[in-house]
Design a protein around this ligand. Structure first.
Ligand SMILES: Nc1ncnc2c1ncn2[C@@H]1O[C@H](COP(=O)(O)OP(=O)(O)OP(=O)(O)O)[C@@H](O)[C@H]1O
Ligand SMILES: [Mg+2]
Length: 240
């Protein structure tokens, strides 16, 4: 469970990238975070994960404030950034072991999870290669595997599907659904409205840092009563 409480962020004086955002992302659900380019999605996700700090408000991950108890909060989520441009001179497996060390994942558990997720995301045969030799998609797959090594209750993904081939995209969607089914909280940003419609239990739409809509996919469909209802709603709210 992730609670974003009255959270704001400005990079420059007088221009809010995120403006008093309130969102509660519950367990047992996939929550889609939508909005046009520059809306404030990545800024919000970076505040949840503690990469940048909020100017105002607080964010609580499973009861832990990212401001007051950052280590406890961080132990409770897995994070996939929008940019997988890691240039470390490590082999894939070395990177995964490094991440598992940080999260204090036992030898048995890390072996089991590395095996499971490198098979799921089809990176098993490349784990002994240097990351510098990876393609963009391979780096992204490595980040996905790394984000699951602590078996996080909360899984936060910033535009995870762009750049993945259809087979891996399908594996990712299935894993997101499974995690939500098992009681987890899956929060991801996307521009692909079809995927949001297909996957999400709830969505939020933001623009210019402000929340424009929050509701279930059923509510969107009922309100619009037509095919492509999410697209209609998005265009009306953001463009209208
Ligand atoms: N490091 C930064 N320094 C200054 N301004 C920034 C920085 N990062 C983001 N911004 C600004 O904050 C606003 C929100 O950006 P953000 O990256 O959160 O948008 P986004 O919703 O993730 O967009 P996209 O869909 O393009 O990924 C934009 O106006 C952007 O120019
Ligand atoms: Mg972004």
């Amino acid at each position: 469970m992730i609670e974003i409480i009255d959270t704001s962020k400005s990079y420059e004086k007088g221009k809010k990238a995120v403006d008093r955002l309130n969102l509660k992302i519950g367990n047992s659900m996939i929550f889609g975070f939508l909005g046009p380019n520059g809306a404030g999605k990545t800024t919000t996700i970076k505040m949840i994960t503690g990469i940048i700090s909020a100017d105002e408000g607080d964010i609580i991950v499973d009861g832990y404030s990212i401001k007051k108890e950052p280590l406890n909060a961080k132990m409770n989520f897995g994070y996939v950034p929008d940019n997988s441009d890691i240039v470390w001179r490590l082999k894939g497996l070395e990177y995964l072991n490094f991440i598992a060390d940080i999260y204090r994942v036992s030898k048995e558990k890390r072996k089991e999870r590395i095996e499971k997720y490198s098979e799921l995301f089809d990176l098993k045969d490349n784990l002994n290669q240097y990351i510098t030799t990876y393609s963009r998609g391979m780096k992204q797959k490595l980040m996905l595997i790394a984000s699951l090594l602590n078996d996080p209750k909360n899984w936060i993904l910033d535009e995870p599907i762009v750049g993945l081939d259809p087979i891996i995209a399908h594996a990712l969607k299935t894993e997101m659904q499974q995690r939500a089914k098992d009681g987890g909280c899956v929060f991801f940003s996307t521009h692909i409205l079809e995927i949001a419609e297909q996957l999400c239990d709830k969505i939020a739409i933001i623009n210019k840092g402000c929340l424009l809509f929050e509701g279930t996919i059923e509510e969107v469909k009922e309100a619009k009563n037509q095919e492509n209802s999410l697209e209609q709603l998005f265009l009306e709210l953001v463009d209208g």
